[in-house]
Design a protein around this ligand. Sequence first.
Ligand SMILES: Nc1ncnc2c1ncn2[C@@H]1O[C@H](COP(=O)(O)OP(=O)(O)O)[C@@H](O)[C@H]1O
Ligand SMILES: [Mg+2]
Length: 265
Amino acid sequence: MKLKIENLSFSYNCIPVLDNVNLETSPASITALIGPNAAGKTTLLKCIAGILKPKGRVLLNGRAINNLKIEKISSYIGYLPQEGFSSAALRVFEAVLLGRVHSLSWRISDDNFALVSQVLEGLGIDDLASRYIGELSGGQQQMVSIAQALIRRPEVLLLDEPTNSLDLQHQLEVIDVIREVTRKRGITTLIAMHDLNLAARYADEFVVMNRGKVYISGTSESVMTSEMVRSVYGVNAAVYMDDEGVPQVTPKSSVRRKKGGDCYA
Ligand SMILES: Nc1ncnc2c1ncn2[C@@H]1O[C@H](COP(=O)(O)OP(=O)(O)O)[C@@H](O)[C@H]1O
Ligand SMILES: [Mg+2]
């Protein structure tokens, strides 16, 4: 499905946080949503997921969905929040099954059981099914969160910093799985992430946010420039192409900041 955001604005208690955001993503592609802390990434994902009610429109294949009920929106959109989840006392299988809760009656159908097994298998974590979530490693817990986001078979997947607090190996594992699922199922995936180099390697498209606005969007070559890193992150950086033609950013020094956040020069 094609996801389109049109003129989206949002304020918390009259303080504007998103200002006229426009973006478009394609099926079977990963879009990296990058930008410094407080740029508005999480707020944007919550607006798309229907948790917050913004001004403007969220369109799936040309159809506005943001005025639909959250239950309906969540049948199209899987959302993995930035905050850790609170189902530590559950076993993995139960926690993922709960993701189907809108379609569960008092008797759980064989279809729902089969679907949970299928999703766990697809992510390579079926061996964890009967383990308690609280006993799992950070990487394993993150895989379970992804299973929870996928269990409703969403057309759009929104992931808020899914590799945070993971070691390098698990970061790559989680992103590999996300890429495979995105391609295989033709899902539109939007990932808020901090690591520019990881984003450059894995995402098809990039949206850079700064202070509630889209600063620039496009391919890695057009977006990952030392000028962007300097104006958005306040950091002097060298950007070079690695041997696979992927831009990689090496930070050199912080640009001194005036009070209020504007950069000198
Ligand atoms: N629940 C909230 N109430 C008030 N302000 C908020 C709330 N959540 C986030 N903000 C503010 O909105 C801005 C954007 O935050 P957020 O969307 O979390 O940014 P990011 O995910 O890019 O770090 C920040 O200035 C933050 O302080
Ligand atoms: Mg955030």
